[in-house]
Design a protein around this ligand. Sequence first.
Ligand code: A2H
Length: 254
Amino acid sequence: EGIGVQEYTALKLKVKEWSDTAKSIVSKALPENATVYFVPATLRPETMYGQTCCFVGPKIQYGIYKASDTEYYFITDRAARNMAFQGIFSKWAEFPKVADLKGSDVIGTLVNAPLSVHREGVRILPMGTVKDTKGTGVVTSVPSDSPDDYATVLDLAKKAEYYGIKKEWAELEILPIIETPSYGNLTAKTLVERLKINGPNDTKLAEAKDLAYKEGFYKGVMCHGEFKGRSVEEAKPLVRQQLIDSSDAFNYAE
Ligand code: A2H
């Protein structure tokens, strides 16, 4: 926002099983050996242990773009264009699209979320507040540390039928990742409850997000994973680099 560059970590969530709607579209469009990834952009790579699902905007238009001979990314057109000019795809300035999908087409798709404690995989779920003008239009969900994500998974579980999802997809266990002095080890849950946030569209979420970010970054200590006991400030670049070294993530800026 405004001037300056936002540096994101773009994470690669590999598709394990498509939703029925997506399967019929994708099967015709992709070669046998293709691997497709949902690619959320995050500012909090150190929280990735706590991923419980991944959000898309149900009304947003996405594409599957060819990144290399075998790898394809599910992102917005805007993000594909940006990536093509950041040398992320194998051919400079080219971002070939092999399929067009709406967010609603991919709800229920099972993906593997790198570092997540949920090794069995997590589901693609709808989030009404995803913007198609920011990041990749894909948002990985960490309800322990993001108030937006916490409010959304609560709402999804409460109204599973309305959203056309299985309740259990929204109810994966939320484990503590970061300990903070003011909000304990489930910062987002504490803030959503303290500020009496009503749902994903509550205007108080802006304040919760601000408080969570400051407290987490400046006072947070890792209570899970390889960097347990280290401050968030120290752990963030280490987790980010580890994800990049294992080819589970790359840098993306806008
Ligand atoms: B963050 P900034 Cl644990 N629409 O990742 C809505 N939100 C989006 C988005 C989009 N198109 N693209 C990215 N985001 C979210 C983790 C996280 C995030 C935690 C805590 C706070 C937090 C897990 N979700 O963000 O406007 C992504 O969620 C609080 C700001 O570019 C991304 O990082 O500054 C963050 O917003 C990027 O927001």
